[in-house]
Write a protein of this length. Structure first.
Lengths: 244, 325
């Protein structure tokens, strides 16, 4: 088991954003987290990445308790994440952005630069290496975020809607990129609204609603699950469909 | 950010200009302006490490400047030691203060950090103004006449100019070395996005504290050079808020977070200040605040990246800064 979250909860005052959520991820898996807006996916995701400290439960990564560990410690252990809204370093070049990630395992500048250039080649950004990060469009920024995390040599990558907002062609390219990263031996947890991504890439999904995991299993089974359909469409969906 | 041959040739031209300036302008008035420009460039470049590169806008850097300014004259007054002895002690005290101030305040972000630094600097200024040991409100004086070269007390401006220029060269080289290393990349990443930097394994707080320590050390040296040259220091000229504000404005005007931005800012601002002082005399002392305020408004509104960024935007491509990796 690479990652295990046991009964993880996160409350903000009286509001419980995540309640007793469990997840177990084996090395080499790609797992999808789905759910309607406000379901608690991102908060749970932040707990896994060390950006938020759970108020209950614990998180184990590679046999180490990382429940209260900082995001820096997560990165050092091999957990990398992207952000829902790309958080590229705007004032830096594309190459420099990736070098910040590469420095984690390659403290010397030349080594970091070589590693960053290899990563940019893999992610299809080498041609833009010397451009400013702010000159990239949405697809480029999303790709840059992935490249930056990849440069830290993660064992587990947490992708937070990293493929949202792409055109169908860009989406296919991005799916290929995620597959390539997976083939490199990186385990992936993906938060995504685009079902095509989930159905294509993952073998297992967890569905969140109102802070709880309401279903888990194979994507093709989960999408037919009545609880999941109700969570997305509301209790009236049967009546509207004319089933009731 | 490897510097190209074009960059090296620009450095050479700049160095030659700075080296020959006091020889071309041999009048004491111009030489004094030259010394003041270099000193202001040292302070602003020191501030630039933490305020410009790391984006942690300290408005209380006078705390380090003041310590650096007081220690040489204090050791001279207490035991008659050469003011040079006080320089390293000022550096050590400033680094210790940087750790004491940085450890709690770097938990704060944005305006809160700036406000905390103002508060600490003002507390030190008020305390110094009432502490007889350091001359209270009257301040301290250095040697009136030199007992030897080690007193660093010269009649003309020329020796000061070249000593200060040497310190500036060292500081700019250190800053350049920082830019080229992991530390420099981390500082720039922190400036743009702390959360993202943290997620990539950047130890944000430690990096900020290290930057503050380095910045404090050089700011302290600037303070020491100032008090040794003028032979006098009081709470206002050491720890006053204008001292801090001047560092911020000079760096921001030229380009905070750029290697030569603070030097450019000093080259523009110091002669301007001298001119306004000459025109208005003592009656215009309050004008400095208005002048600084006006510059802050103009930079914030029209050119937050400073003159270097403006240059990058408007100059023909071949004249722009060469930052190609």
């Amino acid at each position: 088991m690479l990652l295990e979250a046991q009964a993880v909860s996160k409350a903000f005052g009286n509001f419980r954003a995540v309640s007793d959520a469990d997840i177990s991820v084996d090395t080499g898996e790609i797992i999808g987290l789905i759910g309607p807006n406000g379901a608690g996916k991102s908060t749970f995701f932040n707990c896994l990445a060390g950006d938020a400290t759970p108020t209950g439960g614990r998180i184990i990564f590679a046999d180490q308790d990382v429940t209260n560990a900082s995001p820096e410690a997560h990165a050092r252990l091999g957990i990398g994440r992207t952000f829902q809204v790309p958080a590229t370093f705007e004032d830096m070049s594309v190459l420099d952005n990736v070098m910040v990630g590469a420095f984690l395992r390659h403290p010397h500048r030349n080594d970091a630069r070589e590693h960053a250039l290899r990563t940019l080649e893999l992610t299809g950004l080498k041609a833009q290496a010397h451009q400013g990060a702010r000159s990239l469009g949405t697809p480029g920024r999303k790709r840059l975020e992935i490249a930056r995390v990849l440069a830290t040599d993660p064992r587990l990558m947490l992708l937070d809607e990293a493929l949202a907002g792409l055109t169908p062609t860009e989406l296919q390219d991005a799916i290929k990129l995620v597959r390539r990263i997976h083939e490199m031996g990186v385990t992936l947890v993906i938060v995504e609204h685009i079902m095509e991504v989930i159905m294509t890439l993952t073998r297992r999904v967890l569905v969140f609603n109102q802070g709880h995991v309401i279903a888990s299993g194979k994507p093709e089974d989960v999408v037919k699950d009545e609880t999941v359909i109700t969570a997305y469409l509301g209790h009236g969906h049967r009546r509207r469909r004319g089933d009731a | 950010m490897t510097k190209t041959p074009a960059f090296r040739s620009k450095i050479l031209v700049l160095s030659v200009c700075l080296l020959i300036f006091p020889l071309v302008f041999s009048d004491a008035f111009y030489r004094d302006i030259g010394v003041t420009v270099i000193l202001a460039a040292i302070s602003a470049s020191a501030w630039n490490i933490v305020g410009g590169y790391a984006g942690q806008v300290s408005v209380g850097h006078s705390m380090f400047y003041g310590i650096g300014a007081y220690t040489p004259l204090l050791f001279y007054q207490l035991w008659g030691w050469s003011p040079m002895v006080g320089i390293p002690i000022g550096i050590i005290l400033s680094i210790v203060l940087a750790i004491i101030v940085g450890t709690p305040t770097f938990r704060l972000t944005g305006h809160y950090f700036s406000m905390a630094t103002i508060a600490v600097a003002e507390l030190i200024r008020i305390f110094t103004g009432t502490w007889d040991f350091v001359g209270a409100a009257i301040g301290l004086q250095g040697p009136a006449t030199a007992r030897g070269w080690w007193d660093l007390t010269f009649r003309g401006e020329l020796p000061y100019y070249y000593i200060f220029l040497g310190v500036l060269a060292v500081l700019l080289y250190v800053t350049y070395a920082v830019e080229q290393r992991k530390f420099g990349y981390y500082l720039r990443a922190i400036k743009t996005g702390e959360r993202a930097a943290r997620s990539l394994g950047v130890p944000v707080r430690q990096t900020k504290i290290k930057a503050l320590m380095l910045s404090a050390a050089f700011t302290s040296i600037a303070g020491s050079l100032y008090s040794i040259k003028t032979g006098f220091i009081d709470p206002e000229s050491g720890f006053g808020i204008l001292v801090s504000v001047q560092m911020v404005i000079i760096a921001a005007l030229g380009g905070a977070g750029t290697l030569f931005g603070p030097l450019l800012g000093a080259i523009i601002l110091v002669p301007l200040q001298t001119a306004t002082n000459t025109w208005f005399g003592g009656g215009g002392s309050g004008l400095t605040y208005i002048f600084y305020g006006g510059i802050i408004v103009l930079i914030a509104r029209f050119e937050p990246g400073g003159l270097f960024e403006l240059w990058d935007r408007i100059a023909p491509a071949r004249w722009r800064r060469s930052h190609a990796a």
